[in-house]
Design a protein around this ligand. Structure first.
Ligand SMILES: [Zn+2]
Length: 237
């Protein structure tokens, strides 16, 4: 199984070791600020099944100097396979600053050819304006929970959809409809732990997989196989 969005560097030591010792699991650990990207770089060197995405989260949009560190690290470590998590979030202040730092990271994705993992909370129109301006990178939409309409607009570009715990919530009807228009070769699974589940992280990805399998009407083994392949394809592994 491939957890394509997790923050391993934010998980306390004992729980982290349990996750890292699970057989047959692979992870993409996402960065949010300068401190986390340094730690991810080290983690990828230590564990074969851990890959890294380096980025500046919209809640750290003033951490511009992290961008230089990201450039430096990805030049020297081939296990750093994506930019992110980067994006926009209407809950945080200074949207102009967020857009600026996000666009810098999109440009880095263009320059390096790496995909970019996108955080989008109530900023879909702004996000699509930026994607239209920079259509060439591959965009991985993290924690997708949008409508059919939003999915269709995003599918005009090279996009993948990270499906996480929203799929298990009672209010996930909208996502269920969107899943009917998203091709299955564009689906990824993710947990966003420890932010989604601090208690039961060991079973978290399994729950996402089960719920996604129920919705698309396939068995879990098949969805596991499909999403593993998709992750390899999306991140060129
Ligand atoms: Zn995240």
């Amino acid at each position: 199984m491939f957890d394509t969005h997790i923050h391993l560097t934010e998980i306390e030591h004992e729980k982290l070791l349990k996750l890292l010792l699970r057989p047959d699991f692979r992870y993409i650990s996402c960065g949010t600020d300068k401190k986390s990207i340094m730690a991810i770089n080290e983690l990828t060197a230590k564990y074969e099944h851990v890959y890294g995405a380096l980025g500046i989260h919209p809640s750290y949009a003033d951490d511009a100097e992290a961008l230089d560190s990201i450039k430096e690290l990805i030049r020297n470590n081939s296990k750093l396979i994506a930019i992110g998590e980067a994006g926009l979030d209407a809950r945080y202040a200074d949207m102009d600053r967020q857009i600026h730092i996000f666009e810098q990271q999109i440009i880095l994705a263009e320059e390096t050819g790496l995909p970019i993992i996108v955080h989008n909370v109530r900023t879909t129109d702004r996000l699509i304006t930026l994607i239209e301006r920079h259509p060439s990178p591959r965009y991985i939409i993290h924690g997708f929970s949008g409508s059919v309409e939003t999915a269709k607009r995003l599918l005009l570009f090279d996009t993948y959809f990270g499906i996480g715990r929203t799929v298990t919530y009672g209010d996930a009807r909208r996502l269920r409809s969107a899943l009917s228009v998203i091709p299955q070769d564009r689906l990824l699974i993710e947990t966003d732990d420890p932010y989604m589940d601090r208690e039961d992280m060991e079973n978290d990805l399994r729950k996402v997989l089960k719920d996604l399998a129920d919705i698309v009407g396939k068995d879990q083994e098949e969805v596991e196989y499909i999403t593993d392949r998709n992750a390899e394809e999306a991140f060129s592994l």
